[in-house]
Design a protein around this ligand. Structure first.
Ligand code: MRU
Length: 364
Protein backbone atom coordinates (compact mmCIF):
# COMPACT_ATOMS: atom_id res chain seq x y z
CA UNK A 1 0.00 0.00 0.00
CA UNK A 2 1.29 3.41 -0.84
CA UNK A 3 1.21 6.40 1.51
CA UNK A 4 3.02 9.57 0.57
CA UNK A 5 5.41 7.64 -1.68
CA UNK A 6 6.21 5.04 0.98
CA UNK A 7 5.26 1.39 0.34
CA UNK A 8 3.50 -0.29 3.31
CA UNK A 9 2.19 -3.71 4.11
CA UNK A 10 -1.05 -3.77 6.09
CA UNK A 11 0.39 -6.06 8.80
CA UNK A 12 3.96 -6.72 9.89
CA UNK A 13 6.11 -7.88 12.77
CA UNK A 14 7.55 -4.94 14.68
CA UNK A 15 11.23 -4.48 13.74
CA UNK A 16 11.93 -3.55 17.40
CA UNK A 17 10.13 -6.32 19.25
CA UNK A 18 9.23 -9.79 17.95
CA UNK A 19 6.41 -9.97 20.49
CA UNK A 20 4.53 -7.19 18.73
CA UNK A 21 2.60 -7.37 15.46
CA UNK A 22 1.65 -4.05 13.92
CA UNK A 23 -1.38 -3.08 11.85
CA UNK A 24 -2.92 0.10 10.49
CA UNK A 25 -6.10 1.06 12.34
CA UNK A 26 -8.44 1.24 9.35
CA UNK A 27 -11.30 2.69 11.41
CA UNK A 28 -9.71 6.11 11.43
CA UNK A 29 -8.52 6.31 7.82
CA UNK A 30 -8.36 8.51 5.82
CA UNK A 31 -8.20 11.23 8.45
CA UNK A 32 -5.55 9.60 10.60
CA UNK A 33 -2.81 7.07 9.77
CA UNK A 34 -2.44 5.27 13.08
CA UNK A 35 -0.25 2.21 13.61
CA UNK A 36 -1.71 -0.13 16.24
CA UNK A 37 0.19 -2.78 18.24
CA UNK A 38 -1.05 -6.32 18.80
CA UNK A 39 0.70 -8.07 21.68
CA UNK A 40 -1.63 -11.02 22.29
CA UNK A 41 -3.94 -13.21 20.25
CA UNK A 42 -6.85 -11.50 22.00
CA UNK A 43 -5.64 -8.17 20.59
CA UNK A 44 -5.72 -9.76 17.14
CA UNK A 45 -9.23 -11.10 17.70
CA UNK A 46 -10.46 -7.68 18.82
CA UNK A 47 -8.80 -6.03 15.80
CA UNK A 48 -10.76 -8.37 13.52
CA UNK A 49 -14.09 -8.06 15.35
CA UNK A 50 -13.89 -4.28 15.73
CA UNK A 51 -12.64 -3.94 12.13
CA UNK A 52 -9.33 -2.24 12.76
CA UNK A 53 -8.42 -4.74 10.05
CA UNK A 54 -10.94 -6.05 7.57
CA UNK A 55 -11.11 -7.54 4.10
CA UNK A 56 -10.97 -11.31 3.65
CA UNK A 57 -7.23 -11.85 3.01
CA UNK A 58 -6.15 -9.44 5.76
CA UNK A 59 -8.53 -11.06 8.25
CA UNK A 60 -6.83 -14.40 7.50
CA UNK A 61 -3.34 -12.92 7.83
CA UNK A 62 -4.25 -11.26 11.14
CA UNK A 63 -5.48 -14.59 12.48
CA UNK A 64 -2.20 -16.21 11.41
CA UNK A 65 -0.11 -13.58 13.19
CA UNK A 66 -2.39 -13.83 16.26
CA UNK A 67 -1.66 -17.55 16.47
CA UNK A 68 2.05 -16.73 16.40
CA UNK A 69 1.53 -14.33 19.33
CA UNK A 70 -0.35 -17.07 21.21
CA UNK A 71 2.45 -19.55 20.55
CA UNK A 72 5.07 -17.12 21.72
CA UNK A 73 3.26 -16.40 24.97
CA UNK A 74 1.71 -19.70 25.88
CA UNK A 75 2.89 -22.53 23.65
CA UNK A 76 0.64 -25.24 22.19
CA UNK A 77 -2.19 -24.91 24.70
CA UNK A 78 -2.61 -21.18 24.24
CA UNK A 79 -2.38 -21.63 20.46
CA UNK A 80 -5.24 -24.15 20.49
CA UNK A 81 -7.37 -21.79 22.62
CA UNK A 82 -6.52 -18.93 20.27
CA UNK A 83 -7.53 -20.95 17.20
CA UNK A 84 -10.97 -21.57 18.70
CA UNK A 85 -11.38 -17.94 19.76
CA UNK A 86 -10.23 -16.49 16.46
CA UNK A 87 -12.61 -18.70 14.47
CA UNK A 88 -15.51 -16.94 16.21
CA UNK A 89 -14.47 -13.40 15.29
CA UNK A 90 -16.24 -12.94 11.94
CA UNK A 91 -18.33 -15.53 10.13
CA UNK A 92 -18.37 -14.73 6.42
CA UNK A 93 -14.83 -14.41 5.04
CA UNK A 94 -13.51 -17.95 4.61
CA UNK A 95 -9.88 -16.81 4.62
CA UNK A 96 -10.17 -16.75 8.40
CA UNK A 97 -10.82 -20.50 8.59
CA UNK A 98 -8.33 -21.19 5.80
CA UNK A 99 -5.51 -19.36 7.60
CA UNK A 100 -6.27 -20.89 11.00
CA UNK A 101 -6.37 -24.42 9.56
CA UNK A 102 -3.11 -23.85 7.69
CA UNK A 103 -1.28 -22.51 10.75
CA UNK A 104 -2.68 -25.19 13.06
CA UNK A 105 -1.65 -27.89 10.65
CA UNK A 106 1.91 -26.48 10.76
CA UNK A 107 1.71 -26.43 14.58
CA UNK A 108 0.44 -30.00 14.77
CA UNK A 109 3.17 -31.33 12.50
CA UNK A 110 5.95 -30.24 14.87
CA UNK A 111 7.97 -32.58 17.03
CA UNK A 112 8.44 -32.12 20.79
CA UNK A 113 11.75 -30.32 20.40
CA UNK A 114 10.68 -27.96 17.61
CA UNK A 115 10.28 -24.25 18.25
CA UNK A 116 6.53 -23.60 17.92
CA UNK A 117 6.72 -19.80 17.85
CA UNK A 118 9.45 -19.84 15.18
CA UNK A 119 7.42 -22.23 13.04
CA UNK A 120 4.23 -20.13 13.32
CA UNK A 121 6.11 -16.94 12.60
CA UNK A 122 7.43 -18.53 9.40
CA UNK A 123 3.90 -19.65 8.48
CA UNK A 124 2.40 -16.18 9.05
CA UNK A 125 5.20 -14.62 7.02
CA UNK A 126 4.63 -17.13 4.21
CA UNK A 127 0.87 -16.41 4.18
CA UNK A 128 1.60 -12.70 3.80
CA UNK A 129 4.27 -13.15 1.11
CA UNK A 130 2.02 -15.50 -0.84
CA UNK A 131 -0.91 -13.10 -0.55
CA UNK A 132 1.12 -10.41 -2.29
CA UNK A 133 1.97 -12.83 -5.11
CA UNK A 134 -1.72 -13.78 -5.39
CA UNK A 135 -2.74 -10.13 -5.69
CA UNK A 136 -0.09 -9.54 -8.35
CA UNK A 137 -1.33 -12.63 -10.20
CA UNK A 138 -4.90 -11.30 -10.10
CA UNK A 139 -3.54 -8.00 -11.38
CA UNK A 140 -1.87 -9.70 -14.35
CA UNK A 141 -5.03 -11.69 -15.15
CA UNK A 142 -7.37 -8.72 -14.81
CA UNK A 143 -5.34 -6.07 -16.59
CA UNK A 144 -5.93 -8.03 -19.81
CA UNK A 145 -9.64 -7.23 -19.51
CA UNK A 146 -8.93 -3.52 -19.05
CA UNK A 147 -6.48 -3.52 -21.98
CA UNK A 148 -9.15 -5.07 -24.19
CA UNK A 149 -11.71 -2.40 -23.22
CA UNK A 150 -9.09 0.32 -23.81
CA UNK A 151 -8.41 -1.10 -27.30
CA UNK A 152 -12.11 -0.89 -28.16
CA UNK A 153 -12.73 2.59 -26.72
CA UNK A 154 -11.42 5.99 -27.68
CA UNK A 155 -11.75 7.49 -24.21
CA UNK A 156 -11.23 6.45 -20.62
CA UNK A 157 -12.02 3.03 -19.19
CA UNK A 158 -14.58 3.29 -16.39
CA UNK A 159 -14.48 0.64 -13.69
CA UNK A 160 -17.07 0.48 -10.91
CA UNK A 161 -16.12 -1.15 -7.61
CA UNK A 162 -17.90 -1.77 -4.34
CA UNK A 163 -16.47 -1.83 -0.80
CA UNK A 164 -12.69 -2.03 -0.43
CA UNK A 165 -11.08 -4.98 -2.14
CA UNK A 166 -7.90 -2.95 -2.31
CA UNK A 167 -4.45 -3.04 -0.81
CA UNK A 168 -6.01 -2.34 2.58
CA UNK A 169 -8.04 -5.54 2.38
CA UNK A 170 -4.99 -7.66 1.56
CA UNK A 171 -1.29 -7.43 2.39
CA UNK A 172 -0.67 -5.14 -0.59
CA UNK A 173 -2.09 -4.34 -4.07
CA UNK A 174 -5.57 -5.67 -3.38
CA UNK A 175 -7.64 -8.01 -5.51
CA UNK A 176 -10.15 -5.82 -7.38
CA UNK A 177 -7.66 -2.95 -7.43
CA UNK A 178 -4.57 -4.86 -8.62
CA UNK A 179 -5.65 -4.86 -12.30
CA UNK A 180 -6.53 -1.17 -11.96
CA UNK A 181 -3.12 -0.27 -10.50
CA UNK A 182 -1.38 -2.20 -13.28
CA UNK A 183 -3.51 -0.57 -15.99
CA UNK A 184 -2.82 2.87 -14.57
CA UNK A 185 0.91 2.14 -14.38
CA UNK A 186 1.07 1.09 -18.02
CA UNK A 187 -0.64 4.28 -19.13
CA UNK A 188 -4.21 3.11 -19.73
CA UNK A 189 -6.64 5.96 -19.03
CA UNK A 190 -8.55 4.23 -16.25
CA UNK A 191 -11.08 5.86 -13.93
CA UNK A 192 -12.87 4.23 -10.99
CA UNK A 193 -16.41 4.84 -9.73
CA UNK A 194 -16.09 4.18 -6.01
CA UNK A 195 -19.27 3.11 -4.22
CA UNK A 196 -19.46 4.78 -0.84
CA UNK A 197 -20.39 1.38 0.72
CA UNK A 198 -22.70 2.12 3.58
CA UNK A 199 -22.82 1.57 6.44
CA UNK A 200 -19.08 1.54 7.20
CA UNK A 201 -18.05 3.51 4.14
CA UNK A 202 -15.14 1.32 3.04
CA UNK A 203 -15.45 3.05 -0.35
CA UNK A 204 -15.20 6.65 0.80
CA UNK A 205 -12.81 6.02 3.67
CA UNK A 206 -10.52 3.37 2.20
CA UNK A 207 -10.83 2.74 -1.55
CA UNK A 208 -10.96 6.42 -2.55
CA UNK A 209 -8.02 7.13 -0.26
CA UNK A 210 -5.79 4.35 -1.52
CA UNK A 211 -6.59 5.04 -5.18
CA UNK A 212 -5.66 8.66 -4.48
CA UNK A 213 -2.35 7.63 -2.92
CA UNK A 214 -1.43 5.90 -6.19
CA UNK A 215 -2.76 8.74 -8.35
CA UNK A 216 -5.58 6.73 -9.96
CA UNK A 217 -8.45 8.98 -11.13
CA UNK A 218 -11.63 8.13 -9.25
CA UNK A 219 -15.01 9.54 -8.28
CA UNK A 220 -16.97 8.71 -5.14
CA UNK A 221 -20.66 7.91 -5.66
CA UNK A 222 -23.51 6.93 -3.38
CA UNK A 223 -24.28 3.24 -3.39
CA UNK A 224 -27.44 3.65 -5.42
CA UNK A 225 -25.86 5.64 -8.26
CA UNK A 226 -24.32 2.66 -10.07
CA UNK A 227 -27.50 1.66 -11.93
CA UNK A 228 -27.99 5.18 -13.25
CA UNK A 229 -24.39 5.39 -14.45
CA UNK A 230 -24.71 2.02 -16.17
CA UNK A 231 -27.87 3.11 -18.00
CA UNK A 232 -25.97 6.11 -19.35
CA UNK A 233 -22.94 4.21 -20.64
CA UNK A 234 -20.64 5.46 -17.89
CA UNK A 235 -19.52 2.02 -16.65
CA UNK A 236 -17.46 -0.34 -18.84
CA UNK A 237 -16.84 -3.06 -16.28
CA UNK A 238 -17.64 -3.86 -12.66
CA UNK A 239 -14.93 -5.51 -10.55
CA UNK A 240 -15.60 -6.43 -6.92
CA UNK A 241 -13.90 -8.57 -4.32
CA UNK A 242 -15.26 -11.59 -2.48
CA UNK A 243 -15.34 -12.87 1.08
CA UNK A 244 -16.28 -16.42 0.17
CA UNK A 245 -16.87 -18.08 -3.17
CA UNK A 246 -18.49 -21.51 -3.31
CA UNK A 247 -17.12 -24.26 -5.54
CA UNK A 248 -19.81 -23.54 -8.13
CA UNK A 249 -18.98 -19.81 -8.18
CA UNK A 250 -21.57 -18.09 -5.97
CA UNK A 251 -19.96 -15.05 -4.38
CA UNK A 252 -20.52 -13.50 -0.95
CA UNK A 253 -19.26 -9.93 -0.81
CA UNK A 254 -20.14 -6.65 0.87
CA UNK A 255 -23.87 -5.94 1.11
CA UNK A 256 -25.06 -4.31 -2.11
CA UNK A 257 -22.82 -6.31 -4.44
CA UNK A 258 -25.79 -8.38 -5.64
CA UNK A 259 -27.71 -5.25 -6.68
CA UNK A 260 -24.71 -4.11 -8.74
CA UNK A 261 -24.62 -7.47 -10.47
CA UNK A 262 -28.34 -7.23 -11.29
CA UNK A 263 -27.94 -3.73 -12.70
CA UNK A 264 -24.90 -4.81 -14.69
CA UNK A 265 -26.81 -7.76 -16.17
CA UNK A 266 -29.75 -5.51 -17.12
CA UNK A 267 -27.39 -3.15 -18.90
CA UNK A 268 -25.17 -5.74 -20.59
CA UNK A 269 -22.10 -4.67 -18.59
CA UNK A 270 -19.49 -7.29 -17.64
CA UNK A 271 -19.48 -8.08 -13.92
CA UNK A 272 -16.23 -9.66 -12.69
CA UNK A 273 -15.16 -10.81 -9.24
CA UNK A 274 -11.47 -10.73 -8.27
CA UNK A 275 -10.96 -14.03 -6.48
CA UNK A 276 -7.84 -15.16 -4.64
CA UNK A 277 -7.80 -18.95 -4.38
CA UNK A 278 -7.69 -18.56 -0.59
CA UNK A 279 -11.28 -17.28 -0.73
CA UNK A 280 -12.74 -20.37 -2.41
CA UNK A 281 -14.78 -22.55 -0.07
CA UNK A 282 -14.60 -25.93 -1.79
CA UNK A 283 -16.82 -27.50 0.90
CA UNK A 284 -20.00 -25.73 -0.17
CA UNK A 285 -21.95 -25.25 -3.37
CA UNK A 286 -25.01 -23.05 -2.81
CA UNK A 287 -23.96 -19.59 -1.59
CA UNK A 288 -27.42 -18.39 -0.61
CA UNK A 289 -28.21 -21.46 1.46
CA UNK A 290 -24.78 -22.17 2.88
CA UNK A 291 -22.72 -19.00 3.40
CA UNK A 292 -23.18 -17.49 6.87
CA UNK A 293 -24.01 -13.80 6.54
CA UNK A 294 -22.68 -11.60 9.31
CA UNK A 295 -25.10 -9.30 11.10
CA UNK A 296 -23.35 -6.41 12.78
CA UNK A 297 -24.18 -3.78 15.37
CA UNK A 298 -27.25 -1.71 14.29
CA UNK A 299 -25.35 1.36 15.46
CA UNK A 300 -23.21 1.11 12.32
CA UNK A 301 -26.37 1.97 10.35
CA UNK A 302 -27.96 4.53 12.64
CA UNK A 303 -24.71 6.39 13.35
CA UNK A 304 -22.25 7.83 10.85
CA UNK A 305 -18.56 8.42 11.52
CA UNK A 306 -16.65 11.32 9.97
CA UNK A 307 -14.39 14.28 10.58
CA UNK A 308 -15.44 17.83 11.31
CA UNK A 309 -13.00 20.69 11.77
CA UNK A 310 -10.18 18.25 12.46
CA UNK A 311 -12.12 16.22 15.03
CA UNK A 312 -13.60 12.74 14.68
CA UNK A 313 -17.36 12.88 15.12
CA UNK A 314 -20.14 10.31 15.19
CA UNK A 315 -23.67 11.47 14.49
CA UNK A 316 -27.00 9.69 14.84
CA UNK A 317 -29.13 10.00 11.69
CA UNK A 318 -32.24 8.38 13.20
CA UNK A 319 -34.96 9.37 15.64
CA UNK A 320 -33.31 7.05 18.13
CA UNK A 321 -36.02 4.40 18.48
CA UNK A 322 -36.00 3.23 14.85
CA UNK A 323 -35.60 -0.51 14.36
CA UNK A 324 -32.41 -1.17 12.40
CA UNK A 325 -30.94 -4.28 10.76
CA UNK A 326 -27.39 -4.53 9.54
CA UNK A 327 -26.57 -7.44 7.21
CA UNK A 328 -22.94 -7.00 6.23
CA UNK A 329 -22.81 -9.22 3.12
CA UNK A 330 -24.99 -10.62 0.37
CA UNK A 331 -24.60 -13.40 -2.16
CA UNK A 332 -24.36 -12.88 -5.90
CA UNK A 333 -25.33 -16.09 -7.72
CA UNK A 334 -22.80 -17.45 -10.23
CA UNK A 335 -25.24 -16.91 -13.12
CA UNK A 336 -24.86 -13.12 -12.77
CA UNK A 337 -21.06 -13.22 -12.83
CA UNK A 338 -19.25 -12.79 -16.15
CA UNK A 339 -16.02 -14.27 -14.83
CA UNK A 340 -13.74 -14.81 -11.86
CA UNK A 341 -10.35 -13.10 -12.01
CA UNK A 342 -7.89 -15.35 -10.18
CA UNK A 343 -4.13 -15.49 -9.77
CA UNK A 344 -4.08 -18.28 -12.37
CA UNK A 345 -6.24 -16.55 -14.96
CA UNK A 346 -9.88 -15.70 -15.61
CA UNK A 347 -12.47 -18.48 -15.46
CA UNK A 348 -16.20 -18.99 -15.60
CA UNK A 349 -18.05 -18.74 -12.29
CA UNK A 350 -18.78 -22.46 -12.22
CA UNK A 351 -17.50 -25.67 -10.70
CA UNK A 352 -15.89 -26.58 -14.02
CA UNK A 353 -14.24 -23.19 -14.39
CA UNK A 354 -12.76 -23.25 -10.87
CA UNK A 355 -11.78 -26.92 -11.01
CA UNK A 356 -9.93 -26.46 -14.30
CA UNK A 357 -7.82 -23.62 -12.87
CA UNK A 358 -7.30 -25.20 -9.46
CA UNK A 359 -7.33 -29.00 -9.84
CA UNK A 360 -4.80 -29.29 -7.00
CA UNK A 361 -6.98 -27.37 -4.53
CA UNK A 362 -10.19 -29.06 -5.69
CA UNK A 363 -8.65 -32.45 -4.97
CA UNK A 364 -8.00 -31.52 -1.33
O1 MRU B 1 -16.67 -5.98 6.11
P1 MRU B 1 -15.38 -5.93 5.34
O2 MRU B 1 -14.83 -4.56 5.18
O3 MRU B 1 -14.36 -6.90 5.89
O4 MRU B 1 -15.79 -6.45 3.90
C1 MRU B 1 -14.80 -6.55 2.91
C2 MRU B 1 -15.31 -6.95 1.59
O5 MRU B 1 -16.47 -7.20 1.40
C3 MRU B 1 -14.28 -7.11 0.50
O6 MRU B 1 -14.84 -6.82 -0.74
C4 MRU B 1 -13.79 -8.55 0.49
O7 MRU B 1 -13.32 -8.93 1.76
C5 MRU B 1 -12.72 -8.77 -0.50
S1 MRU B 1 -11.17 -8.16 0.03
C6 MRU B 1 -10.00 -8.49 -1.14
Amino acid sequence: MQRTDEEFRTIWLSPDDDGVVQIIDQRVLPHDFRVHDLTSWQDGATAITEMLVRGAPLIGATAAWSLYLAAKRGGHEETRTAAEGLLETRPTAVNLRWAIERVMSAANSLGDNDDLAAALRAEAEAICDEDIQISLGIGRSGVELLREIARQKANRVNVLTHCNAGALATINWGTATAPIYMAHKEGIDVHVWVDETRPRNQGSQLTAWELGQRGVPHTLIVDNAGGHLMQHGEVDIVITGTDRTTRRGDVANKIGTYLKALAARDNGIPFYVALPSTTIDWTIEDGIAEIPIEERDPREVSHVYGELDGHAVVVNTTAGDTAVSNYAFDVTPARLITGLITERGVCAASETGLSELFPDLRAK
